[in-house]
Design a protein around this ligand. Structure first.
Ligand SMILES: Cc1cc2nc3c(=O)[nH]c(=O)nc-3n(C[C@H](O)[C@H](O)[C@H](O)COP(=O)(O)OP(=O)(O)OC[C@H]3O[C@@H](n4cnc5c(N)ncnc54)[C@H](O)[C@@H]3O)c2cc1C
Length: 417
């Protein structure tokens, strides 16, 4: 049996999950190259849905994450202008866990990244930090890093994110991600500083809240054991073309949301700094792997999407598990093309579906006041207790929950192996 040397570029959530998943069931050598000098607190809160948390539980990192996550008790939709409750699900977290075999976790991206990194080290994965790949030769395959050193492997797994150099090298031309037209203000607030009794009631138990308004929406949830609130405010993109991320102007943000729910504005009163992120995506790629089967893409490198279903990281985690499990069954070089084809066949249709559905969710989330918005809100009112298949938000729509949260990457891989 051949033991492969696998080089993973990128220690994001997708790359780390792939590394763990390969080593969990095989003796293939895995090295991860990461451009950053060390793991940093990049990003903010992310929502992890049962389709990914059940994979994290199986990896055995639940314990190290338990104190870092918050499991929402309820999920609520609000009228943007006055906060009126349009839709609500009590016991949401418990219901999701029972239905889909994994909890609904809200966490800081960095907390999950560190837990995955520790697990990968325990499984024997090697790491090189400060190793920014500046060029590839996929015919060998090799990767050259910024110091000029060239490293060789049997297979390169490109998990290098939105601005993937591997994607551009594979396609043979510049291929920057595309603006979606929206941007995100990302805010994190420590609860220790909150003294307003109404906000204290609001933060009492971990929860998720969404306010949908004209051309904008806001999502609120808790992280770090419920000791912090994380808010993402989505609005039309006005960043200059050459800037993808910048410190945000608080007054500008306040002006956009000034006529929204007073509770929301009370949270915004507390903000002392905010980051502004352009939301980018990419058209579906023809393929995620090259003809020589020496390179394969995963995560944001091949399917960045709007975060309106919160499935970017969840999908990257699924990719990592599927690729890792398939690669751990490969014992000869001749088996690689078929293995990579299976990975692509399993993953590509699902990520395209998520990408397109997130666009659709944007339309629903950002309806201006008018007939279509009234129709949306009527369904919310009528299906307050029992959301049905026409429920406009994927989070509570039973059919979409089944498709998104019900997916089990282990089961899907077993079907094709
Ligand atoms: C506002 C916002 C909210 C979001 N909310 C959610 C959510 O709630 N749920 C969810 O599932 N997703 C969410 N996402 C999406 C999610 O953050 C991404 O989809 C996910 O982090 C992608 O993971 P990845 O591993 O593919 O890439 P990344 O996390 O981008 O990791 C790529 C890694 O590769 C490294 N790298 C890049 N180039 C090189 C190179 N040349 N050499 C070496 N290393 C390199 C980078 O330093 C980085 O560490 C959100 C995104 C945004 C913008």
């Amino acid at each position: 049996m051949t033991v492969f040397q696998i080089m993973i570029v990128g220690a994001g959530l997708g790359g780390l999950m792939a590394a763990c998943s390969i080593r969990l069931r095989s003796t293939h050598g895995v090295i991860v190259l990461e451009a950053a000098a060390q793991l940093q607190e990049v990003g903010a809160g992310i929502q992890l849905t049962p389709n990914a948390t059940k994979l994290l539980l199986r990896l055995g990192i639940a314990e190290s994450l338990a104190s870092k996550v918050a499991e929402p008790v309820s999920f609520t939709f609000h009228r943007y202008s006055n906060g009126k409750v349009l839709g609500h699900r009590a016991n949401y977290g418990a219901e999701m866990k029972e239905k889909f075999g994994g909890p609904f976790w809200d966490t800081h991206r960095a907390d999950l990244q560190i837990a995955l990194y520790e697990k990968a080290k325990e499984l024997g994965v090697q790491f090189r930090f400060g190793a920014k790949v500046t060029g590839y030769d996929f015919s060998k395959p090799t990767a050259t890093i910024a110091t000029g050193e060239t490293l060789e492997a049997d297979l390169i797994v490109a998990a290098d994110g939105l601005w993937s150099l591997a994607r551009e090298t594979f396609l043979g031309h510049p291929d920057p991600p595309l603006p979606t037209g929206d941007l995100a203000y990302r805010i994190m607030l420590k609860h220790a500083g909150i003294v307003d009794p109404e906000l204290e009631r609001f933060i009492e138990k971990p929860s998720v809240h969404i306010w949908s308004g004209p051309h904008a929406h806001v999502i609120y949830y808790n992280i770090r054991g419920g000791t912090m609130s994380n808010m993402v405010l989505l609005a039309p993109d006005n960043l200059p073309p050459e800037v993808a991320r910048a410190p945000g102007d608080i007054d500008e943000m306040r002006a956009i949301f000034k006529d929204w729910d007073p509770i929301l504005n009370r949270f915004l009163d507390m903000v002392s700094s905010v980051d502004k992120w352009r939301l980018m995506h990419h058209e579906e790629m023809p393929s995620w792997t090259n003809d020589q089967s020496t390179m394969v893409l995963l995560g944001d490198a091949c399917h960045p999407m709007l975060p309106y279903l919160a499935q970017g990281a969840n999908s990257a985690i699924e990719d990592g598990v599927v690729l890792g499990r398939i690669l751990s069954t490969v014992s000869t070089r001749e088996e690689l093309p078929n293995a990579l084809r299976k990975y692509e066949q399993l993953r590509k249709p699902r990520s395209s579906f998520m990408h397109n559905y997130a666009e659709n969710q944007r339309h629903v989330n950002h309806l201006p006041d008018g007939e279509e918005q009234q129709k949306r809100d009527k369904v919310l009112r009528e299906e307050f207790e029992n959301p049905a298949e026409d429920y406009p938000y994927c989070w509570l729509n039973p059919q979409m929950q089944e498709v998104i949260f019900g997916y089990d990457a282990y089961v899907e891989v077993d079907k094709v192996l």
